[in-house]
Structures are given as C-alpha cells and as structure tokens.
Design a protein around this ligand. Structure first.
Ligand SMILES: *Cc1c(COP(=O)(O)O)cnc(C)c1O
Length: 392
C-alpha cells in the first residue's frame, strides 16, 4: 500500500460535490441516459467569433510565445480599466489596480492564501460559491458562515454577525448577483458593507462574475462605485460566463492596489500569468459592442422565463431573478437536496446541483443552470411531468 498521504489541508477539504456529480453523470451516461446537464455553471454558447479570431491572430505572432509579464499585458490591463469606466463609471489605474488571472477561481483562492494566516477568521455567506469558503479553508482560516435566509431574499444580514466575530474577522467574501441563489443586492447593501468593513477593518472581496448577465433593465452594483469601496476592497471578474470563455481560463481582479500587490507577490511564486495570446483575445471581448451583451442577456432572459413558467405548471413558484444564469429552486417538502437531485437524475436524466454543494445553508434547494436552449429545457420539463416530479 502507498502510505504517503496528502497534506492535512487537502484531506480536510469536504468532497467537491461537482466532482462527485461528474461520477454520477458518467454512470448515467453508461446506462444510456440522454443527459440534460443543468448542473454546472458552464455556458453552452460559443466564444464570440471576433474573440476567436483575435486569439488566432495573436497565436500567429511569435512575440506572444514566451512567458507573459507577471503583471499581465499592458494593453489588456488598459482594456480592463476602460471597460470599468464604461460599465460602472469607476476610474482605475491600469498599472496597479488591475491584474489578469488564470480564471477568477484561481485568483479568489490565491487571494485567500495571500491574505489569510492559519487561524484567521473569515466571513463568508452560506450558501456560497465554493471557492469563497474553500480558499480560506485551504489557507487554514476559520470560516464564520453567515446563514442566508429566503425571507431576507438571500441577502446577507450584517446584523447577524456578532460584534466579537466582526472584530476578529480579517476578510469578507461576498457575491451579488449571487451564485447559487440568483439574488441581487441593492446599492444600500453595498454602502452598508463598506461601512461595516471600515468600522471593523476587514478586507472586502467581492465576486462580480455575473454583473453582465442582468435582465429587465437591472444594473448590478460594483463595490468600487461605492465611496470608500476601493480603500478596503477588491472585485473579481471572469471572462468565462458573459463571453462563453470558461475553457480559456482568464479573469481579472481590480481594486485596492496594496491588496492586488499582495496577491501578485504570491502569484509570482506560483505561475507566470495568462498566455499573452489569451489576454489579447480577452481584450477583444471586453471591447465588443454593447450589442453583444444585449444578445447574451436576451438569451438567458428567455430561458429564465421559459423555465420559470414551465416549473410553475409543475407547482413551483420561482421568483424572477434579475441576474445570473441560475434558478434556485426549492425541493418538494420532505425531501433533501441530495436525494432530490439524485432522484431527478435517475428518473429523468436531468442534472441539477444539490443546494448543499454550496454549504449547509443551501439545503432544501437545487440550482438549475440556464445552460441549454429552451427546446432542451422543454424536454427536461416534459420528463419531469412524466416522472411525476413536481412541487407539492
Ligand atoms: C463561475 C464562477 C467563477 C469562476 O470563474 P472562472 O473565471 O472561470 O474561474 C467565480 N465566481 C463565481 C461566483 C462563479 O460562479
């Protein structure tokens, strides 16, 4: 027997539910089921053609073939800060307040490693995107999870955080529009959390991955729009979702230059940053006309409306989300998240994610991703109906 074990920090990690889901999916496929996978947050669309072309052109240029500069290419950083000004009216310095990442998951986790000492207290909502609490766990931090409640529209209630916890806390991860709940937070919430972080001297880490996937005229708030936000915070973005570039592995962080410098110092020891040709392609993506965003938004909006309506016929009353590519759907009374997701998979071949994959606070819910055309969503709904899967 091989007796050398992984480090405690690896062994202590709870199993990554998506990895487990992958095994179950593989087994279902072996049984010949035609899977409809609404489990992952993996967009089904193609990367926009101008972006693919920019990548091809950049690949042909051998000056892009060496190690990229650690801080990222100047032209991509400039594209990031121009985009921020255009989208959020926030002015940023491309030379210290923007850093390309190998995807935002990489950056979020490494930020935790760069800022959290063993034993440090970290605040994160529950449910949350796994990197928001697993990053701190890998760093040896203690996570104080803030239970989110449906009656509060899944918005963090800062009043739920005891004073002595707030006093000890060092970093606070949060994410609106939210994965997995689809919740959006009003500007006042951002003002409150900035005041809270200033009062207790806490680093705010906001994940704004879904800001461009917003509907019905809703415009999500950037932490950096809030006066004082940049003094105590950073904000993460990904090219994966809005631009259908999940496989390319590129995202970025903006905000407080000291914090970004800390992350950069760590990353200098771990990686060489993003392939320059990819940064060139991502620059092209950020410079696409707003019409591209409208098209993507319209596609997800149609799917949202279609699935909410179909679930409605099966007894579910799912509220319209104003952003993200997810619906957060309650399990029928009397069945838990895991059992419900498994039963849906076995009876219908439709993959949904059990809410407890995002923490105990997600128990009682499943997340459905809007990553299939309405025709396939319709097929999923038909299978639900045939299998007697409904909310009652
Ligand atoms: C998908 C997702 C990410 C991951 O983005 P990558 O840039 O692909 O690593 C980060 N945060 C949230 C909330 C996400 O849903």
């Amino acid at each position: 027997m091989y007796s050398i074990n992984p480090a405690d920090r690896v062994q202590a990690l709870p199993p990554y539910v998506f990895a487990r889901l992958d095994e179950l999916k593989a087994r279902a496929r072996e049984q010949g089921l035609d899977l409809i996978d609404l489990g992952m947050g993996n967009p089904d669309g193609a990367t926009p053609q101008p972006v693919v072309e920019a990548a091809i052109n950049a690949l042909q240029d051998s000056t892009n073939h060496g190690y990229p500069p650690f801080e990222g290419s100047a032209s991509f950083r400039k594209a990031i800060t121009d985009w921020y000004l255009r989208r959020y009216g926030v002015e940023l310095d491309p030379d210290g307040e923007a850093l390309p990442l190998l995807g935002s998951k990489e950056g979020l986790t490494h930020l935790a490693l760069a800022y959290i000492n063993p034993g440090d207290l970290v605040l994160a909502p529950n449910p949350a995107y796994p990197a928001h609490f697993r990053g701190p766990l890998i760093a040896g931090g203690k996570v104080h999870s803030i239970l989110l409640k449906p009656e509060n529209d899944w918005i963090i209630d800062l009043g739920d955080i005891p004073d002595n916890v707030a006093e000890q806390a060092k970093v606070f991860f949060f994410n609106y529009p939210s994965n997995p709940t689809g919740a959006t937070a009003p500007r006042e919430f951002f003002e409150d959390i900035v005041a809270f972080a200033k009062k207790y001297e806490i680093l705010l880490v906001h994940d704004l991955c879904y800001a461009e996937l917003a509907f019905d005229g809703y415009q999500p708030t950037s932490l950096l729009e809030i006066p004082g936000g940049k003094d105590i915070g950073v904000e993460f973005h990904t090219m994966s979702k809005t631009y259908n570039m999940a496989g390319w592995r590129i995202g970025f962080v903006v905000g407080n230059s000291h914090v970004i410098q800390g992350l950069r110092t760590l990353k200098t020891n771990l990686d060489y940053g993003v392939f320059t040709a990819l940064q060139s392609a991502a620059k092209t993506a950020l410079e696409l006309p707003d019409e591209y965003l409208s098209q993507v938004q319209e596609r997800y909006r149609q799917r949202r409306d279609f699935l909410i309506q179909g679930l409605g016929k099966l007894g579910w009353n799912v509220r319209k989300t104003l952003a993200t590519m997810y619906l957060w759907v309650p399990c029928p009374p009397g069945i838990g998240s895991t059992d419900f997701a498994l039963s849906v998979l076995q009876k219908t071949g439709v993959v949904v994610t059990p809410g407890n994959a995002f923490g105990s606070g997600g128990e009682g819910y499943v997340r459905m991703s809007l990553i299939a055309e309405c025709e396939r969503l319709g097929e999923a709904l038909r299978r639900f109906e045939q299998a007697g899967i409904c909310y009652k």
